[in-house]
Ligand binder design. Sequence first.
Ligand code: FAS
Ligand code: PHB
Length: 413
Amino acid sequence: MQLAEAQSNKPQIIKTHVAIIGGGPSGLLLGQLLSKKGIDNIIVERVSGEYVLGRIRAGILEQGLVSLLEEAGVSERMKCEGQVHNGFDIGYYGKKFHIDIKALTGGSTVMCYGQTEVTRDLMEARAASGLTTYYESSDVALHEVTTDTPYVTFTNNGQQMRIECDYIAGCDGFHGVSRQTIPEDKRTEHERVYPFGWLGLLSDTPPVADELIYCKTERGFALASMRSPTRSRYYIQVPLSDKVEDWSDEAFWEELKRRLPEDYAKRLVTGPSIEKSIAPLRSFVCEPMQWGNLFLVGDAAHIVPPTGAKGLNLAASDVATLYRLLTKAYQEGDKRAPERYSEIALRRVWHGERYSWWLSNMLHDFDEGQVGGMEKATFDSFMRSELDFYLNHYEGQQVIARQYVGMPYEDIA
Ligand code: FAS
Ligand code: PHB
């Protein structure tokens, strides 16, 4: 064996406090916050940074996430370019209801600022901090996570690598390796796969309204969102059997017009799509969210249908909990603090899961014969009446608004 080959097969060993698997928003935000507390960390990411930025995902940030980005020192551009939203509309079979979240919650609002931009800001801050990220890594594997000396092995640029650390944060999304590291008989996975998907379109056209519009119609769900005053993000519910190539831009715009309230449909500005994709919808929770010194964060532990704009925001509350507990361990010597992560994180995760499942049931058209153990027509009638009640009562609108802005983060005493 050549010397060079022998060297590349001999793992290069690096040490850090926390090894972070995944360089999406969860991993990047956790890394930035830990670094601010003097807790060293390394990110191992499977794809390139450009590929991560190419994913078009979430658009609504809860106040909790906005505050975390401020704490991480990466909120400047968001404050300049993001748009504070005080409410949103719900179109209900052509009727329009305005949910004034600011009035209904005593002042809370949400920030409209794309996940792509959050990720870009975090990447730039990480690079500026000189923190290490190994992009385009393969064969990532987690080892001895239930001991005090866990480690991560992977291949990067042909070199075998080994990170020796105190803790591993599994921020590697739904298809990552971290959740699989928890023995199957030690984890419980809850799942609901929805019988439809969201066909999303991004266009450099002015948004049809200043705030979001969620639509429930006989033809199915639609959502009008945005990324800036010149860039719009739209979604329509489609059958799972649809393929994105089945949908021309023109067909998309025509269907969206049929689902928007009439006054919005009339003023919709259409244009060429710059991105178009179909996302499947599922509710998913893995319990527990930790195993020894491995902690699952964000989509690695849970998935929500995007109806309630909770996916990215639940990832953020996981990060908030984990970083504060790890800070107690390193700065206060409270080595048992991280043991509380899963219990605390799951309380807020289940709130977000139920809210997203509940809104999805009310706002979508279920075209499967049996839903919830009853005929589709019966389920539709129940859901139509439920949404009608919540929209037509102040207390009902308060319930919708309270969770849309996000439940408070638990104090970590
Ligand atoms: P992510 O999946 O974003 O990041 C995980 C990272 O880990 C990825 O970069 C991946 O490459 C990497 N990785 C995977 N396996 C690895 C391995 N073995 N080793 C190293 N790295 C590995 N949420 C909303 O609120 N609103 C929306 O509209 C919305 N739309 C969505 C559309 C789609 C198609 C998807 C998939 C999700 C959507 N979400 C939405 C949810 C989404 O925003 C997530 O909640 C958010 O990306 C969570 O961030 P992370 O936990 O960092 O996971
Ligand atoms: C988005 O802008 O992508 C978005 C906004 C709100 C949602 C889902 C997606 O509930």
